[in-house]
Design a protein around this ligand. Sequence first.
Ligand code: SAH
Length: 298
Amino acid sequence: MKQRWREITVVVPHIWSEVLPYFLEEMGFSGLWLDEEGEPPYRLVLRTYLREELWEPYMREQLEAHLRELYSIFRASPREGKLGMRVIDEEDWASKWLPFFQPLKIGLVWIRPSAKSVPLSAGEQEIILDPGEAFGTGHHESTQLCLESILLLRPFLEDEASVFDLGTGSGILAMFAAKAGLRNILALDTDPIAIETALRNIAINGLENFIRVSNGTLSSIRKRFRLILANLTAPLLQNLAEELRLHLETDGWLVAAGFLTGETDALLRSLNAKGLEVTHQKKKNDRVCLILKISNEA
Ligand code: SAH
């Protein structure tokens, strides 16, 4: 039987990009897809999904009430926002991604959907990635910043260095690390759908020997890592800061992304307070990525 999905599209002021996804996730939505539209300051297009059998009409009211609340907090006009909804089946959904997902090149690695092949030049590699319901096509700035950070840190890492992709989504960061020659990678996610997708993508790319995939939370992992990749959100990074430090090897690096320029100072203060100091900072549009180490005093 085909799986039916409730798809929700909201177009809202960009500044809501951190609060709204969190709210939708709490309601049970998954497979978050973010984009921008219009002129600067761009409006945020957010699309997310729920299995249709879990959808209840009261959820629409709850969502509309939350949007009204945000309009009032941010003093925005309700005319600035749009809420759209439709029911689709899984097959349409998979193909729907393709028009949005053009091949993308980071370093010498092409990231492309299975339906769009790219001729590879000498030295180039490819990752075949069908994100399905999981987050991570490489088109989001935060993901790109993480991919670039892997390239930046790669010369300092032995092939066998332990790498941890916390919140792997489609598996994109773990697979990119493997393509960069890293051989000892753990990919973790709390979302079983992400796990399913990551496993499928890792198998398609023949990277099973280098990436172990696990479903669970950070606290279920009892190991330290040379490199941790955490493309999450500011509140999550803040809450996990202490645990993240405890999971780093003494000389390890933490790549933290998934937040906006405006959130960076407060997050940095929390990370500093938990014994992490920034060694490098990268930015793309209004997205920031931090590379951190354990501070000397910690
Ligand atoms: N790493 C991918 C996907 C990032 S999206 C990329 O860079 O594009 C964030 C992912 O983190 C989602 O798949 C979400 O399910 C997962 N996630 C959210 N909270 C988490 C937590 N506390 N522990 C582990 N994974 C989490």
